[in-house]
Design a protein around this ligand. Structure first.
Ligand code: ZN
Length: 397
């Protein structure tokens, strides 16, 4: 074979490794552009509980996606910002792949004044930068890259960005599940696990309960014997609740917020505790729920009322999940990157889509640390290969 012919042959059918390396270089050349795009999103604050603020960011994102050739569909919400769906046409009649994320953050309006958005070495800091505004930019970059390489998307792509993920996704859940049902796979752009950037193939189920204790009020000085303290009763209940922890089985129960009483000289008539629960398998839901509902008062004059439940079932590592992860590992391997997987305690909307049986791969977003914390940041130099991986998964998932 002549060298000319060899060169020709190479051009027609580049090996996977060459393709991945080229693509990585494509995104490396866009690293600064990505940082600027992420900074723009971080600087439009979007707390879940502030609809006007969230809607400002939603409108900004809709405009960006329209500029990329996406067809936007706004799902109105009363209490939260409107959710944003974007459909991109692509080759073939196959089902779309769903890129799932959220544009709300846990940070109240004004946080930017003290928690600045800025670059320090390889880090980009800012509220919501990791969870998950960088993930939204990765979606845009992967879509734009695929269009640049192929002239079109290799398959239809649906982007869905919700505005209420950080507060339980009550207003978006049914839309997320509906879109997942129409898709062949779901890629969730939540942050990767840890600084090694592992994908999330298992997530715990998450729930919240509230236990309210009603006691009998009395004057602490004049009638101490007549009262039945809701606070003392709550203390007993918290001890009992803590015993439901079973870390070996992946069950954790955390009494996280307590309230109770009115004055120091009044025996408290009411006290409550809010409890966060995590489960590893769907089968643990019923027994934990039963145990919480069968708590008995220590002081017979006090009454207990428990409300709440499991909101997100666990994302279990099904065969579909494992197959998606295997594809991601192959793509990474072509770029000499040893991609890992992780099982994590936090829930996401990926729990919903995996819960209805749609193959879901989570943690496809940025690499960094400090989600929901003052030091939240992403690693800038990780952005190019995350974009490369996402583009590869859109083609192959
Ligand atoms: Zn998130």
């Amino acid at each position: 074979m002549s060298s000319k012919k060899l060169a020709h042959h190479k051009k027609d059918a580049p090996t996977q490794n060459e393709t991945r390396a080229d693509r990585l270089r494509y995104f490396e050349a866009r690293q600064e552009e990505m940082v600027e795009a992420i900074r723009e999103l971080v600087e439009i604050e979007s707390p879940s509980d502030n609809k006007p603020a969230g809607d400002r960011l939603g409108a900004f994102l809709a405009e960006k996606f329209r500029g990329m050739g996406g067809e936007t569909h706004i799902h109105r919400s009363e209490a939260y910002a409107d959710h944003l769906q974007v459909s991109f046409p692509g080759r073939g009649n196959g089902a779309p792949v769903l890129l799932l994320g959220h544009f709300d953050t846990v940070y109240p309006l004004g946080t930017l004044a003290t928690m600045l958005c800025g670059v320090a070495g390889d880090r980009l800091h800012g509220p919501g930068v990791l969870d998950m505004k960088a993930g939204i930019v990765l979606m845009m970059q992967a879509i734009a890259g695929l269009k640049a390489w192929h002239g079109h998307l290799p398959r239809p792509v649906t982007v869905f960005l919700v505005s209420d993920e950080e507060v339980g996704s009550n207003s978006s859940r049914s839309i997320t599940e509906g879109l997942a049902r129409e898709s062949s796979a779901v890629l969730v752009l939540e942050p990767a696990a840890g600084l090694r950037g592992a994908l999330k193939t298992e997530r715990k189920g998450v729930g919240e309960y509230t236990l309210k204790v009603v006691g009998v009020a009395a004057h602490a000085g004049l009638d101490p014997g007549k009262g039945h303290s809701a606070i003392v009763e709550l203390a007993h209940q918290i001890t009992a609740i803590s015993k439901l922890n079973d870390l070996r089985s992946g069950i954790s129960v955390n009494p996280g917020i307590i309230h109770g009483g009115t004055r120091t000289n009044v025996i408290a008539a009411e006290a409550t505790v809010k409890i966060d629960v995590r489960i590893a398998t769907a089968s643990q839901k019923a027994s934990l729920d039963r145990k919480l509902h069968s708590l008995k008062p220590h002081d017979k004059h006090c009454q207990l009322a428990i409300t709440g439940g499991i909101n997100r079932l666990p994302m279990e590592r099904t065969e579909g999940v494992a197959a998606l992860y295997e594809k991601a590992r192959e793509i990474a391997r072509d770029a000499a990157w040893k991609l890992e997987e992780a099982s994590v305690g936090g829930g996401s909307d990926g729990n919903f889509t995996a819960g209805i049986g749609i193959p879901t791969l989570d943690g496809m977003g940025a690499v960094g640390e400090g989600a929901h914390a003052l030091h939240e940041h992403i690693l800038i130099s990780e952005l190019p290969r995350r974009a490369m991986l996402l583009a590869g998964m859109i083609e192959n998932a």
